[in-house]
Design a protein around this ligand. Structure first.
Ligand code: SF4
Ligand code: SF4
Length: 286
């Protein structure tokens, strides 16, 4: 079984549109949405939810009123100002650093596992889907990414599926690193803007650091041919294949509004370029 993850140096490059189209083109696969902070692949794949599970990824401090003597030490040390003058802890502000827990002379503070979000397994007409939703102001998204990937792998093994297709998180932080370990290929979707080029270089650097093979897809490549050339030149210096050049077309937005993968909405030049991308991907995976 091979896993391909679709990344972008930042949000809004068309990564999820490409992921949904690959879901439509690929056979015998499980889809996983690793963008746990803002999962939206499910909106396009229209799943039937099968299972909802709690994700407890962190700890929060809780003060026992019965034991607290009101000495004030915990308030002094909490650099997140999470403890009120009545010695109540705001769970959103609490970082779970345990400083107060360790310093409290009355053993009045306990650390309790907090509900950080949920993860879901579903069926779609493209096959199974695993995705998650991290709660507001919750951390540990890297841990949740690892969890949804593990579940996708479990489903793939159980059903004898060939591929895991992962809609990766944007950016280059901890969730991206968590989405990369052990994958066979990263497809980076970028756009020909100065910030797009900057973010592309950063995410390529992360993939190279973890020795993950990379191919690049330039979305809306024709809105700025000079910047597209810059991307191509850079990829050439890094020995990276530019596998697809998707033209700008308003039908992509129309397909999104109708919640249909763009390759199904129209077999025009956008769809053909994404089909070409999938052929290149399978060439790397097989
Ligand atoms: S350090 Fe412990 S005893 Fe002192 S105010 Fe905080 S919770 Fe209460
Ligand atoms: S665990 Fe850390 S952040 Fe939370 S209340 Fe205690 S000192 Fe503040």
């Amino acid at each position: 079984m091979k896993e391909v993850t679709i990344l972008s140096g930042k949000g809004g490059t068309g990564k999820t549109s490409v992921a949904a189209s690959l879901a439509s083109l690929a056979k015998n696969k499980v889809m996983v949405d690793c963008d746990v902070d803002a999962a939206d692949l499910y909106l396009l794949l229209k799943p039937t939810f099968r299972q909802k599970q709690e994700f407890r990824g962190g700890e929060k401090a809780v003060i026992s009123e019965d034991k607290c003597t009101g000495c004030g030490l915990c308030r002094e040390v909490c650099r997140f100002e999470a403890i009120s003058s009545e010695y109540k802890i705001d769970p959103i502000s609490c970082d779970g650093c345990r400083f107060c827990y360790n310093i409290c002379p009355a053993d009045a503070i306990t650390m309790q596992q907090s509900l950080s979000g949920h993860w879901f397994t579903s069926e779609t007409r493209y096959g199974p889907l695993v995705h998650a939703r991290l709660g507001v102001a919750q951390e540990n998204s890297g841990k949740l990414v690892a969890l949804v990937r593990q579940e996708a792998k479990h489903i793939a093994e159980q059903r004898g599926l060939d591929y895991i297709i992962s809609d990766g998180p944007p950016g280059t932080g901890c969730p991206v690193i968590s989405s990369l370990s052990g994958v066979s290929l990263a497809v980076i979707v970028t756009e020909p803007t100065l910030s797009g080029i900057h973010d592309l270089k950063r995410v390529i650097g992360v993939c190279q650091h973890f020795a993950v093979p990379v191919i690049v897809c330039i979305n809306k490549y024709d809105i700025n041919s000079e910047n597209s050339h810059q991307i191509e030149n850079y990829c050439q210096t890094q020995n990276i294949e530019v596998a697809a050049r998707i033209p700008f077309d308003t039908l992509v937005t129309r397909a999104l509004v109708r919640r249909i993968p763009v390759v199904e909405y129209s077999r025009n030049r956008v769809g053909r370029e994404i089909e070409k991308l999938w052929q290149v991907v399978t060439g790397y995976l097989n």
